[in-house]
Design a protein around this ligand. Structure first.
Ligand SMILES: NC(=O)c1ccc[n+]([C@@H]2O[C@H](COP(=O)([O-])OP(=O)(O)OC[C@H]3O[C@@H](n4cnc5c(N)ncnc54)[C@H](OP(=O)(O)O)[C@@H]3O)[C@@H](O)[C@H]2O)c1
Length: 281
């Protein structure tokens, strides 16, 4: 039985992964900041020596984009130095290292989906610190997988909750029509992660649902699938966010080229999630 460690296990992706992985198939170890602060080199080294996971999946991160801008030291400490600590420890015990990364490593200059061979060029401190983490992984680890995703929703607070929480409380909801991406459920991301736990294939992979949309279309679909279309009026607005790319659609080229099953179409995954949970969890 493989020993699988999930760090940042209380977060969005970590929670979805815990839910997906079957404890009869893997021995699952979970940590979050209270059990193992990834920025603490000695704590990480000690934990790994004692528990010796075969696979380490790093779902921990400082993911508050505005927070990273205000506190760049913390951004690089968690998203780069924390990753270095884990990557070093992974090599020491010969573990596979899976790092979760983001579409924020790109900017919005391309007007076609970004594949894994496109140049990175992050706009924000968050994106830069995540890219620094990716580079450290590629430098330190022999057996690594980097998975970049985008617009995740699932367990925990996200755009789906924000919109559905406004139903019944607000009459209107402003939503950007000029920002494009790929809504992707954390369950779909977790399925891709599970593939890489089970298979010895390495490298950088994009893992987003198929298709793309703008935020307004995403919001329309959420209301439609929950029967709330008439309960709140969506107002399409143009909103420029200096920290996030306006156009950030990822192409799962590496999944395709290596024959790995791609996540579902974004509307199918969204409908499945809303049917299962109602969207507020
Ligand atoms: N959500 C998205 O839309 C999205 C999209 C693309 C990529 N990603 C990437 O996917 C990864 C997981 O994202 P997520 O949405 O699951 O993030 P999240 O919900 O913010 O979870 C991150 C977890 O890491 C923990 N953490 C923070 N600092 C830590 C430290 N020093 N040591 C140990 N744990 C620490 C956090 O604890 P606290 O809550 O106590 O800080 C939290 O439980 C991130 O690396 C992110 O860059 C996310």
């Amino acid at each position: 039985m493989l020993n699988v460690l999930i760090t940042g296990a209380q977060g969005h992706v970590g929670s979805a992964l815990q839910q997906l992985l079957d404890s009869r198939q893997y021995r699952i170890l979970t940590t979050d900041i209270d059990e193992m602060d990834i920025t603490n080199h000695d704590q990480v080294a000690q934990y790994m020596k004692i528990n010796r996971p075969d696979v380490i999946i790093n779902c921990a991160g400082f993911t508050d984009v505005e927070g990273c801008e205000k506190d760049p030291d913390k951004a690089y400490l968690v998203n780069a130095i924390g990753v270095r600590n884990l990557a070093e420890a992974a090599e020491e015990i010969n573990a596979k290292f899976i790092q979760i990364s983001t579409d924020d490593v790109f900017n919005s200059k391309a007007e076609r989906p970004y594949n894994e061979f496109d140049e990175t060029s992050p706009k924000s401190v968050y994106g830069k610190s995540k890219l620094a983490g990716e580079k450290i992984v590629t430098q330190l680890c022999n057996r690594f997988v980097i998975i970049r995703s985008s617009w995740n929703y699932g367990i925990g607070k996200d755009f789906v909750d924000e919109l559905l929480s406004a139903v019944g409380k607000k009459e209107t909801f402003n939503v950007a029509q000029n920002r494009y991406g790929v809504p992707t459920s954390t369950k779909e991301v977790a399925k891709v992660i599970q593939h890489f736990i089970d298979h010895d294939e390495y490298g950088i992979y994009h893992a987003v649902c198929k298709g793309s949309c703008n935020r307004y279309e995403f919001a329309q679909a959420i209301l439609e699938y929950t029967g709330n279309t008439d309960k709140i009026k969506l107002i399409p607005v143009d909103r420029t966010d200096v920290l996030r790319p306006d156009y950030c659609v990822l192409d799962n080229m590496m999944l395709r080229l290596t024959g790995v099953e791609e996540p579902a179409e974004w509307r199918t995954a969204l409908k499945e999630y809303l049917d299962e949970t109602g969207g507020l969890e």
